[in-house]
Design a protein around this ligand. Structure first.
Ligand code: ADP
Ligand code: ADP
Ligand code: MG
Length: 458
């Protein structure tokens, strides 16, 4: 169906599976797609599937995917009415959203002001606290020096977690176990934040040890906001998600409604427009949730929500950006069954997860009932060494969690990726472990399973 409105052509300022995902949404909406890519991605699947493509620069992300000027220049040159930034790269860059506005190109996402407020994790924490959403005990704002840090640490108790205000993607975090480590830990954290994000601002939270990562998918049109339920993304390695599921089977209905209501409330407060995710941690023992951050973009794991709600989140983003408003009401959202996503990374678990770029000599994609593949892989594809190592997302839907787990294991068993190392075998081990099957998951489970395997191998 063609959408009536301003958007006839979208420039996709991203790569890999998410670029292809957006191409597919455009096609279904009757909107033309232009994939803006780097030199290294000239022969990639999203480029092949898009209506047109343009090489905007060199292979390093700074010369292409992170270049605001090149992306906006390509959009203007190709007569694109809108830019979809995907996730990562320019997706949460307020200056880029502003530049789009100046050039009269629609940025498919929230306003620059909202990105700025929510993208700064310290600001977001303040907004949540002001909205009465629980936050993890810690600093009120940025921590400027060691004496303030010491006071906060004494107050909340060790261990503490030092976080970069501009952090993301599981980076910019450091645990400090004792007072003796504080001064050095703090200095190193600030240095790392400056190097990685160009901003040394840090803040402190109490480090919680038995938690789940829960997050709520939201959609807003600036006036109204709704939620599409929660995802449980507790299966993580080094604060990076490996397996995500929807819904969370381990919280009460009461907790679920409070969690989702808190997320919607935050969106109302900032007049949130587009798709977004409000992230929380849930303390398994205390049975309490705390806000951690908001991601003002489409998220890697959005497909699990799509599978249980039947709603295409990327198309909704485009419709909202097109000025059609939010056509869904809260009562339209129903979830059916259970969905799980495995992030398949081109990394070698046996070599400390070293990235494994190179040519894919053989590729067999899984299929059959309840399996969805979001991937830019194909036989012969050469994975470039310049970018994130995510190469495929395998999503399994089942009428209940057990069926979803069994389908995922069946699907991963069918999948063959040769020529490079992947995380497939690790994913299978996690899924088939007794605690995962029983739903006894916290953010430390993957690490524990890995050290058990390492110990058994000795
Ligand atoms: P999600 O939040 O969607 O679950 P991630 O946290 O893994 O996913 O981040 C999605 C992508 O964006 C990853 O490729 C990650 O490396 C990148 N990313 C997220 N935030 C930042 C940031 N602040 N700086 C650099 N890269 C980021
Ligand atoms: P990012 O911006 O990198 O996504 P988040 O603040 O969302 O960072 O945190 C990423 C992950 O780190 C969470 O999913 C959780 O596993 C862990 N984490 C975050 N805050 C805490 C905390 N206070 N205590 C323990 N673990 C935490
Ligand atoms: Mg996060």
């Amino acid at each position: 169906m063609t959408v009536a409105g301003k958007i006839k052509k979208i420039l996709i300022a991203n790569r890999g599976e998410i670029a292809l995902r957006i191409v597919r949404a455009c096609r279904e909406l009757g909107i033309a797609s232009v994939v803006a890519h780097s030199e290294a991605d000239t022969n990639s699947l999203p480029v092949k599937h898009a209506d047109s493509a343009v090489c905007v620069g060199g292979s390093p992300a700074g010369a292409s995917y992170l270049s605001k000027e090149r992306m906006i220049g390509a959009a203007v040159a190709f007569g694109a009415d809108a830019i979809h930034p995907g996730y990562g790269f320019l997706a949460e860059n307020a200056a880029f959203a502003e530049l789009c506005q100046q050039q009269d190109v629609i940025f498919i996402g929230p306003s620059a002001e909202v990105i700025r407020a929510m993208g700064d994790k310290i600001e977001a924490r303040k907004i949540a606290a002001a909205a009465g959403v629980p936050i993890i005990p810690g600093s009120g704002g940025a921590v400027a020096d060691a004496s303030i840090a010491r006071e906060i640490a004494e107050e909340v108790g060790y261990p503490i977690l030092v976080k970069a205000a501009a952090g993301g993607g599981g980076r910019g975090m450091r645990v400090i176990e004792t007072r003796a480590e504080l001064d050095r830990g703090l200095n190193e954290a600030m240095g790392e934040a400056q190097t990685a994000f160009g901003d040394a601002s840090i803040y402190i939270e109490k480090y919680l040890t038995d938690i789940r990562h829960l997050e709520v998918q939201v959609l807003g049109d600036g006036e109204r906001a709704i939620h599409l339920g929660e995802r449980d993304c507790s299966s993580q390695r080094r604060n990076q998600k490996l397996i995500e599921e929807a819904p969370c089977r381990s919280i009460s209905e009461k907790t679920r409604s409070a969690l989702c209501a808190a997320a919607v409330d935050l969106c109302h407060r900032v007049g949130y427009q587009s798709a977004g995710t409000v992230e929380f941690v849930y303390d398994n023992k205390e049975r309490k949730f705390y806000f951690i951050e908001m991601n003002t973009r489409i998220q890697v794991e959005h497909p699990v929500t799509e599978m249980v709600t039947g709603i295409d989140l990327v198309k909704e983003q485009i419709r909202i950006a097109n000025g059609e408003g939010l056509r869904l009401r809260q009562e339209d959202i129903r979830t059916v069954g259970h969905a799980i996503e495995c992030r398949i990374n081109a990394e070698d678990p046996a070599r400390n997860f070293m990235p494994s770029p190179g040519q894919v000599s053989e590729y067999l994609s899984p299929g059959g009932p309840g399996i969805r593949i979001d991937s830019h892989l194909e036989r012969g594809y050469v994975i470039p060494p310049f970018y994130d190592s995510l190469v495929a997302k395998v999503i399994a839907w089942g009428s209940d969690r057990t069926e979803a787990v069994d389908r995922m294991l069946r699907g991963l068993g069918e999948m063959r990726v040769e020529g490079i190392a992947t995380t497939i075998s690790l994913q299978r081990r996690i899924l088939d472990s007794a605690p995962f099957r029983a739903g006894n998951v916290n953010t430390r489970l993957v690490g524990e399973l890995m050290s058990q395997t390492a110990a058994a191998a000795e």
